[in-house]
Design a protein around this ligand. Sequence first.
Ligand code: NAD
Length: 513
Amino acid sequence: MAQHDSVSAEAGAILGELGIDLSLLRADGDGTISARSPLTGEITARLATETRDTVNAKIERAHRAFLEWRLLPAPRRGELVRLLGEELRAHKDALGRLVTLEAGKIGSEGLGEVQEMIDICDFAVGLSRQLYGLTIATERPSHRMMESWHPLGVVGIISAFNFPVAVWCWNAALALVCGDPVLWKPSEKTPLTAIAVQALVERAIARFGADAPEGLAQLLIGGREIGEALVDHPKVALLSATGSTAMGRAVAPRLATRFARQILELGGNNAAIVAPSADLDLALRGVAFAAMGTAGQRCTTLRRLFVHESVHDAFVARLKAAYASVKVGDPREGDTLVGPLIDRAAFEGMQAALAEARAAGGVVSGGERVEVAGEAAFYVRPALVDIPQSAGQPDVVRRETFAPILYVMRYRELSDAIAQQNDVGAGLSSSIFTLNMREAELFVSAQGSDCGIANINIGPSGAEIGGAFGGEKETGGGRESGSDSWRAYMRRATNTVNYGTSLPLAQGVVFEV
Ligand code: NAD
């Protein structure tokens, strides 16, 4: 904590570039959180947290903002998101570096995350002129039936450490054009990127002018209990929560109690199939990035690989060589491909999973700790685990361990590989590498992958914002970002209009008075 009471010198320098007044950051309060940079394990921020009372006050403020914001025409609301996109473009570099410092992503991924925010802003601006409903044929003469989409209310956003800023933007850009204020509870592990983004959105709001009500976009620093305050409050109309399946299991019943809308974006246990006809060069690159990228800490990270027995040995040998050659190290260095795990708990979780895999008959290569920046930083060599056919899919393979472990299994029949791929709790992302058209089409058909994302000849990770993002089963069923995900942020009203002089009833009902 050299530079400032609450922020480390390095973090303070980046926040300074972003024009953030450090003296406004408070370290004292009823509660505090400490965040560490995974790069070194050093504390980067010590910040005061919200209390239930301050959260409730912010929710009330957001609700008052809703009553005004919903009245503004949607294209005008889009103008605010356009300004936010401009702020993000202007500060992409510094914000990307802050993502690297707080979440440990390599430079291109830190910048890529900010680019994703810019992209969704562009998408949302266009969307602000396209929030359309249907007109529907009615059975009654001189009637018209249509649907209208209206702003929904306050949107609560809970986000995870591994996409510390993009997830907010996927939700906020859409929510704001849809007429909804946003309240954001970021991960307690990445508060500074959230503070930076909040400053940018406040700048965009200031440029937008008096049409933006006070309380339109607010930030809630704190841990799980602050998230719970959002979950339970009746004036939070939609809760969009991204994180582990365990978090979703805690949150979903509470939301159900008050019939709140929810978007749950939870854990994944993603698979890829390498078929006999696969372009193995392409598959190698696809598998390597999806499994090792972001040090295995993406919800869409490839965790299970099914390789056809005819190509298994040759492919796995090449994969092992790729695993041994990637540079693990400080993500600020240009040639690093694998940065650190987020913290000690992630490292211990990885080691426990590898021990369990060994006990189940798995043969592990890699997985050991790599010394980069001392005892408090946790860098690891990504692990490949050969699972013998006799073991099936042991428990450890069936659950998500948020670290770079790839379980490799061989298969003979594609139908078996697809069945095994689907035979886990999570249902987020999947892919097949094949040049066989029948196999490719089968994989994306009703009898194929049961995931929200099913790809052909690219790995399961690295989605674009244009598509709807999310997964089935224990991944929570939510969809956000592109396609028609915007509908979750609005309420639909079906309107029937009688422009005639009689009152025919539906279904031929007669009721003469
Ligand atoms: P986490 O579940 O520990 O925390 C996520 C967020 O939820 C944090 O902000 C945390 O404070 C909050 N939280 C935790 N318990 C809560 C509760 N009971 N009530 C309210 N809020 C609560 O997850 P993490 O370790 O930060 O992130 C990794 C996990 O997130 C992985 O499982 C990963 O697959 C998942 N993830 C999913 C997606 C997706 O889109 N499906 C995207 C990113 C991450």
